[in-house]
Design a protein around this ligand. Structure first.
Ligand code: MLT
Length: 401
């Protein structure tokens, strides 16, 4: 169930001499919205009932547009980080009349007891605030300063599945269910799926660091990396830093090159509609890039699944991933060094983001790499053509010595 939205009017006494809502009143409206939200949930004594008080440690407010007396502002709130004693809440205020984004704010809280010592965030509050649950099949682990949802299935040599942008671990549902004989590990990257979505701190290095820390937490030393698109960019970074831990590599619908100057500019342009209109504003334009004509005509339910996945991605995760991809290093020089590492390149025949010719060129640059082209799939083969994709994975994994 979604958290309640709170509508609050702007009164004249909250405005400055020019009639704009002033900064102090902004702050109190954000606070009022939080208490109102708790009133409609576990009650505003949810903290004091467990002897805790949420002490504000940090506040960041971005002002986007002015608000005036008579405006009604709609506040939405979400938990973007949940630790043992601390949590971070992101709030947005939009004018109800025209849906203009007025301000966004991030508040970091630490729960303290009467002596000012940190204590656990009350369970009742967490349950109310955490629509981003891990899901029935997943667990949550805090690593590298972020709480990640991760699904782990099976026993045997480990395979780490790294999804692309703006996706989540659900794209791996088929290989996760079917690859018997392997320990399958599929996390949601920070900022996507059911993992925490901090406002800042995204880079390809950070994603790779999260994954290494996650493997440590799971007690896994060596893995086969299987990265799709942005997941491939992360796999290259993981290899640069932890090559010793990698037994094999699957690069799906991905490339080694960095973004061109135009590509970098396009990342910045792509972030704007998400910032303004939320993730659903980019879902429609992403669909033709992610799923191919075959899926669009034959499997409308997959199109809807992808649309819902994109629309559910937190905006900080979208903006963070776009910046991380824009700034990623070029990995082409690393390809020749993969000599000796069992490598499979897999690509959807209809992929326009990474056309098969590009995947073929990458396969030719990696000594000994195999190429598999999946007919009828575009940018997300494990979702569009799951049986063929899982079959190719299984053949490859079984052949790794
Ligand atoms: C992805 O699927 O991860 C993205 O399309 C990659 C990219 O935009 O470069």
């Amino acid at each position: 169930m979604a958290l309640p939205e709170i509508d609050l009017p702007v009164y004249p006494d909250e405005c400055d001499a020019y009639g704009h809502l002033n900064q102090a009143s902004f702050l109190s409206l954000f606070e009022r919205a939080r208490w109102e939200m708790l009133m409609r949930g576990p009650g505003w004594d949810v903290f004091s009932r467990s002897g805790a008080w949420p002490a504000v440690r940090k506040t960041v407010i971005d002002y986007h547009a002015a608000a005036f007396p008579g405006d009604v502002l709609r506040f939405q709130q979400a938990l973007t980080h949940h630790g043992r004693t601390s949590f971070t809440m992101r709030q947005t205020a939009r004018r109800v009349r025209d849906d203009t984004l007025i301000a966004t704010a991030e508040f970091v809280f630490v729960c303290v007891n009467r002596d000012g010592r940190p204590i656990a965030v009350p369970r009742e509050f967490s349950d109310f605030m955490s629509p981003r649950k891990a899901g029935a099949d997943a667990q949550r682990l805090t690593v590298n300063g972020v709480n990640l949802a991760v699904e782990v299935r099976g026993e045997g040599p480990s395979v780490l599945f790294i999804h692309g942008y703006p996706m989540d671990r659900s794209i791996w549902a088929h290989p996760m269910a079917m690859l018997d004989g392997f320990r399958r590990i599929a996390p949601d990257l920070r900022g996507m799926g059911q993992s925490d979505a901090p406002d800042l701190g995204y880079s390809i290095e950070t994603y790779a660091g999260d994954l290494a820390a996650l493997l440590d937490a799971l007690g896994v030393d060596e893995v086969v990396l299987c990265g799709l698109s942005m997941g491939g960019y992360i796999a290259f970074e993981f290899l640069r830093r932890w090559r010793r831990r990698v037994r094999g590599l699957v690069l799906m619908d991905t490339r080694a090159e960095a973004d061109s100057p135009e590509g970098k500019r396009a990342r910045d342009t792509a972030a704007a509609p998400a910032r303004e209109g939320g993730a659903s504003a980019i879902a429609d334009s992403m669909i033709p890039k992610l799923v191919g004509p075959s899926t669009r005509t034959e499997e409308p339910e997959i199109v809807e699944q992808v649309r819902a996945m994109v629309a559910a991605t937190p905006v900080p995760g979208i903006v963070g991933a776009l910046g991380a991809m824009r700034d990623r290093p070029d990995s082409t020089a690393d390809l020749a060094d993969l000599d000796g590492l069992p490598t499979l390149i897999l690509v959807g025949e209809e992929d326009e983001v990474i056309p098969p010719a590009r995947a073929r060129a990458m396969a030719e640059a990696i000594p000994g790499a195999r190429l598999v082209v999946i007919p009828g799939a575009a940018h997300i083969p494990p979702l569009e053509r799951p049986t063929a994709t899982t079959h190719a994975l299984l053949e490859f994994l079984r052949a790794i010595p």
